[in-house]
Ligand binder design. Structure first.
Ligand SMILES: Cc1cc2nc3c(=O)[nH]c(=O)nc-3n(C[C@H](O)[C@H](O)[C@H](O)COP(=O)(O)OP(=O)(O)OC[C@H]3O[C@@H](n4cnc5c(N)ncnc54)[C@H](O)[C@@H]3O)c2cc1C
Length: 400
């Protein structure tokens, strides 16, 4: 039987009640963060800087590669600097030009209003992890299988059947997890028709300051350089078009190579990875930013279409909002959880809802062959229009 009580030194905890004795079976944390990607790691660094006891669960040891376009908007650079994380010190390349092409090879070029940097997730996540460890954050490399909210306290259970309690829990476990099923989230009940593929290549002629986005039948892919000098090629494809080709090699040869820019790249570039990385079941459905009292951050709260190149900045920005709201809640004597949740939801909506909507419209446009030709013709005659569209999917730099 599980009973909840305040223990004598006033730390909130969950205790087994057996034979009239309360047995503590857990450690106490101010905040448990489930998932150590960009959102989880940023929240961990921010909250540990405020001297809270933070525990992060991550299922994979660092460093590791991830399916991602690896272009990060400059929006979050000042904020990361304020946390003591300097992305540019890793050799990340500065990117300020964009090239867009249709499946048939019609092209438009413009400069990026805000710009960004190219950095591999292998190094980016690891950089944040090392900073979090330095700040005293505890990491456990285990998969979380359940998060339960019991009497104003969270019970987090891992695959090894260990349980831990916390006063607050942040869900930062990415696009999709068995936890979403357990939480009975709406988006998980719907089929998702997208998959992502990513690999690094040696391709010296690709300019450092450019990100290029190329359309093909059933999807689009981005090229940009990373701090290692390798070019990252990452694409999103619909199952419908991928299924017919059965594997990545066939899909690259038969579909992707029809775009002349991507054909040139695939012919000349040398793969660095043995095999490309793939992820399936990518969902762009709307999600709630608070679920069963868990504050959701990054992709766990909502994923923007990758063509916007803004998912990483949104993950980091949402972690900032969550950390600030949780700090306000914990430092006030009579912290009101309802107020914490409502103020996080409100700020999340205000900051991201419009970007997500615009991302959905742009993706629909880009994936419709006729419409994308027309749209590209319109933006070729007006780079102002293109820059304005990009602005609509990005935030302003976070000044700290
Ligand atoms: C094809 C594609 C291309 C993209 N390109 C770009 C781009 O160029 N620029 C950009 O800004 N964004 C891009 N994005 C979006 C970006 O990758 C995500 O928005 C970003 O990674 C979100 O970070 P996160 O911390 O929310 O999630 P993640 O980085 O996915 O981190 C979640 C972490 O949780 C861990 N985890 C999951 N379940 C559990 C569990 N049960 N227990 C413990 N740990 C768990 C995972 O191992 C993972 O490390 C792209 C996305 C896709 C699909």
């Amino acid at each position: 039987m599980i009973r909840i009580r305040d223990n004598p030194d006033r730390k909130v905890g969950i205790y087994f009640y057996t034979r009239n004795t309360y047995l503590s079976f857990v450690s106490d944390y101010d905040i448990i963060i489930v998932g150590g990607g960009l959102a989880g790691l940023t929240a961990a660094i921010h909250l540990s800087k405020e001297n809270y006891k933070v525990l992060v669960f991550e299922k994979k040891a660092y460093p590791h590669h991830k399916v991602c376009g690896e272009y990060v908007s400059n929006e979050i650079i000042p904020y990361l600097n304020s946390l003591g994380v300097s992305v540019l010190d890793t050799g990340a390349v500065q990117i300020n030009n964009l090239e867009l092409s249709t499946a048939a090879g019609k092209v438009v070029k413009t400069n990026l209003p805000l710009g960004g940097v190219g950095i591999s997730r292998y190094n980016f996540d690891n950089l944040l992890y090392m900073k979090a460890v330095k700040n005293g954050v505890k990491f456990l490399f285990e998969s979380v299988i359940a998060i339960d909210y019991i009497k104003d306290c969270f019970l987090v259970t891992t695959e090894n059947n260990s349980s831990y309690t916390s006063r607050n829990t942040i869900g930062a476990y990415g696009k999709r997890s068995s936890l979403d099923k357990r939480l009975n989230r709406n988006f998980i009940k719907q089929k998702s028709g997208w998959l992502g593929v990513k690999a690094h290549y040696q391709f010296d002629e690709f300019p450092e300051n450019k990100v290029s986005l190329h359309n093909f039948n059933g999807g689009y892919g981005g090229l940009s350089k990373t701090e290692t000098g390798a070019v990252n090629f990452c694409y999103l494809a619909s199952y419908k078009s991928f299924q017919k080709q059965k594997n990545v090699r066939n899909f690259n040869e038969k579909i992707i190579a029809k775009n002349p820019f991507l054909n040139n790249f695939l012919e000349k570039a040398t793969p660095v990875f043995d095999e490309p990385l793939t992820i399936a079941q990518i969902s762009f459905e709307q999600k709630k930013s608070v679920e069963n009292h868990i504050i959701m951050c990054g992709d766990t709260a909502g994923l923007i279409h990758p063509l916007c190149g803004n998912g990483m900045a949104m993950a980091i920005h949402s972690a900032k909002i969550a950390a600030e709201r949780i700090h306000d809640y914990l430092k006030s004597k009579n912290g009101n959880r309802n107020h914490l949740e409502k103020s996080y939801e409100k700020e999340w909506d205000k900051t991201f809802r419009k970007r997500l909507w615009m991302g959905r419209q742009l993706q629909t446009l880009l994936l419709n062959e006729k419409m994308s030709d027309l749209a590209l013709r319109a933006v070729t005659t007006s780079p102002y229009l293109l820059r304005n569209l990009i602005k609509q999917t990005h935030g302003k730099p976070i000044i700290c």
